[in-house]
Ligand binder design. Structure first.
Ligand code: GFB
Length: 319
């Protein structure tokens, strides 16, 4: 009998990539055979509510947990809903991590994000710098809530020695099944959706800000594969940054997307929209040392697959 793994946020960007990674095509099953995976989404359990989280553990009795559920959004959404982002994420994390402990889960992986790091700190970002200063003002509600998951896990590991809970810290994730909202989305899905519409309707393609900020993008399947490795193999205390450590400008991202769509229309940069944090370069040496053979998906390939996915699933996509 394989060990039951519960995945919260099971229908989201990371949850759906995890589902794919845990159920590869039959000819590639290998070591992942017989995994017993339960994916839960917000329609089944409201993780802000402790008694629903208790019910979730009572119903499923997992041995391991990947806690990928979060209230997330891009820069615009983070700026607009700071209070909700703080409360919802704080409560979800506190409830899931504590109920996991109560229900005897010995292994859990929780998600932080590189935007939880201080806005002004010596670069590159590494796991020792999470609490060394104020997060960027555009997303401090979300950032502090995420930081508290690291604190909770560190405190639990010290008090309850048998718990091997860990944090992963991905950079900006993108991929199929993302939220393609034109208001609340992250930059990759939002720009893909805008381009899709601009090409369909013969209109201009408008990008927020100056195009100068830098970001590190990671494909959702890479995050899922590395998370699976962390759940199975990693027992260390240090949070693991999941990152290619390759920075690109928003302008460069726009070029890649325009090329992928073969878009011939006008590209406009709207300086009335925010740039957000200028850059957040990260140090991926810990994960690279631990999983040296891992190959990250080149951004050109990840973008191609994501664009293709939206074109094929436009009517069912989330936004
Ligand atoms: O992914 P994103 O919204 O969030 O990217 P952050 C924002 C960057 O992309 C800014 C530019 O430099 C924007 O000016 N951008 C250009 C756009 N066009 C667009 C557009 O149409 N939509 C959006 N959204 N951006 C997030 C945090 O920060 O990082 C989250 O707010 C999350 O909490 C994520 O953790 C990883 O990278 O700025």
């Amino acid at each position: 009998m394989s060990e039951k793994i519960l995945i919260t946020g099971g229908n989201g960007l990371v949850g759906s990539a995890l589902a794919e990674v845990y159920t590869p095509p039959p000819d590639q099953m290998g070591e992942f055979e017989n995994k017993n995976i339960i994916r839960v989404g917000s329609a089944e359990y409201n993780l802000i509510n402790k008694s629903e989280v208790n019910l979730m553990f009572m119903n499923h009795r997992p041995k391991k947990v990947i806690h990928a559920a979060a209230r997330v959004g891009g820069l615009g959404s983070n700026m607009k809903y700071k209070g909700e982002y703080f409360y919802d994420n704080l409560m979800m994390n506190a409830n899931v991590i504590d109920q996991a402990r109560i229900w005897g889960v010995k292994k859990l992986v929780a998600f932080l994000t590189t935007c939880a790091f201080p806005a002004e700190v010596e670069y590159p970002l590494d796991h020792t710098k999470i609490h060394l200063g104020e997060p960027h003002e555009s997303n401090f509600g979300y950032a502090y809530a995420k930081r508290m998951a690291e604190v909770q896990i560190r405190a639990y590991r010290e008090q309850y020695r048998s718990l091997k809970y860990s944090c992963v810290i991905p950079t900006n994730i993108y991929g199929p099944n993302d939220n393609f909202s034109l208001e609340h989305g992250h930059v990759v899905p939002m720009l893909i959706h805008k381009l899709y519409k601009a090409q369909r309707d013969g209109t201009d393609f408008t990008v927020w800000g100056s195009g100068k900020p830098l970001r590190e993008f990671i494909f959702s399947r890479d995050v899922a594969k590395l998370t699976q490795w962390v759940l199975d193999k990693y027992e260390g205390e240090a949070p693991l940054i999941l990152s290619t450590s390759d920075e690109i400008t928003i302008e460069h991202l726009v070029d890649l997307l325009v090329k992928e769509f073969k878009f011939k229309g006008k590209v406009k940069f709207d300086s009335s929209k925010p740039d957000g944090q200028y850059r957040k370069p990260s140090d991926n040496s810990l994960i690279k040392d631990l999983v040296p053979a891992f190959k990250f998906t080149p951004i050109e390939e990840g973008i191609k697959e994501t664009v293709q996915w939206l074109k094929e699933n436009y009517d069912e996509a989330r936004w």
